[in-house]
Design a protein around this ligand. Structure first.
Ligand SMILES: NC(=O)c1ccc[n+]([C@@H]2O[C@H](COP(=O)([O-])OP(=O)(O)OC[C@H]3O[C@@H](n4cnc5c(N)ncnc54)[C@H](O)[C@@H]3O)[C@@H](O)[C@H]2O)c1
Length: 294
């Protein structure tokens, strides 16, 4: 297939990479040549990492790179595309504008997908004259490592579009789950419940963050406990998602007080050095808020 990926940031370059590794021809588009170059550089680095770990041969790396072309021109990117995946910033107005511009420049057959992690694909699709070709492809970060893609079926998505999305996801050797377009889809909605309840338990003094996390890691086999995950994702990002889900789905998603307080104080998790844990050089070195060492 011919794939266009719009946005060469954290997600876009990874989506371009996994598409090319599966044999698709890919055009990666961003609004500035420097952003395109950074994205291509990110792909080279990821692939080189694969070669260094013997997961990939030099030849496979070169062939993959040859399949990817960078551009700043939207028409160049989408005019021959069978599938367009947008990975531009999480802003509804911007996504609708991108959808509509793609429709003007692409063929009538082109499937138009969004990598949104929380916005309504149904609303994005409403910007199209042919909204039945819209679908969500929710990749996880980083796309070249994470095996799951949530396929989000908008109100307007038709069977052909769903079939193209499923074929594409299976073709790039990811696992697909098909979810109706509702707030938080399947994974964010459940993940946030666990995160918010773990924070409330810390507030109530039920156990330390480290003990709550260990309980879920060892007892339930989660690769990472809900509080450490909150620190990884960013407390600001989790607060934003919780507020959105509260608005859409009700009070059970009400953000706990300590989450708001920490965000106001700039304690956003790993990226700022403190959230529910204390971090130094990307390593967890202690627990925030007087729980002693973990
Ligand atoms: N980062 C994550 O962990 C993650 C995970 C899953 C989904 N997502 C979703 O993926 C999307 C992209 O997120 P990201 O973290 O890669 O963002 P990012 O900020 O790293 O990258 C976005 C890129 O889009 C470019 N851009 C802006 N307007 C554009 C346009 N009109 N056309 C083409 N490119 C344009 C920007 O210059 C930037 O390079 C968002 O919808 C986000 O919610 C992110």
């Amino acid at each position: 297939m011919q794939i266009a990926v719009l946005g060469a940031g954290s997600m876009g370059h990874g989506i371009a990479q996994v598409s090319a590794m599966a044999g698709h021809d890919v055009v990666l588009r961003d609004i500035d040549a420097e952003f395109v170059e950074n994205g291509l550089e990110g792909i080279r680095d990821n692939l080189q990492g694969g070669v260094d770990r013997d997961k990939l041969t030099e030849d496979e790396m070169e062939t993959t790179l040859e399949r990817i072309e960078g551009t700043t021109d939207l028409e160049d990117a989408v005019e021959d595309a069978d599938l367009v995946v947008e990975a531009v910033p999480e802003d509804m107005d911007l996504k609708k504008e991108v959808f509509s511009d793609v429709e003007d420049a692409a063929s009538e057959e082109t499937v138009i997908a969004s990598n949104t992690s929380s916005l309504s694909v149904t609303e994005m699709a409403s910007a199209l004259e042919h909204p039945e070709r819209a679908v969500g492809l929710h990749f996880f970060n980083p796309p070249h490592i994470m095996d799951l893609v949530e396929i989000i079926i908008a109100e307007q998505t038709d069977e052909r579009t769903e079939a193209v999305a499923v074929d594409y996801v299976r073709g790039i050797e990811k696992e697909d789950v098909v979810v109706r377009d509702t707030a938080g889809f399947a994974t964010s909605r459940l993940g946030i419940v666990l995160g918010l309840e773990a924070i409330r338990m810390v507030e109530q003094g039920v156990a330390s963050p480290a003990d709550i996390d260990e309980g879920m890691e060892i007892g339930y086999g989660h690769p990472m406990g809900p509080l450490e995950l909150t620190d990884h994702v960013g407390l600001d990002v989790r607060l934003h998602i919780a507020e959105h889900l509260r608005e859409e789905l009700g009070e059970r998603f009400k953000p706990p007080q300590s989450l708001r307080r920490k965000v106001r104080a700039g304690k956003l998790g790993k990226k700022t050095g403190e959230g529910y844990y204390v971090w130094e050089d990307g390593e967890r070195v202690g627990t925030s808020g007087g729980w002693g060492d973990d």
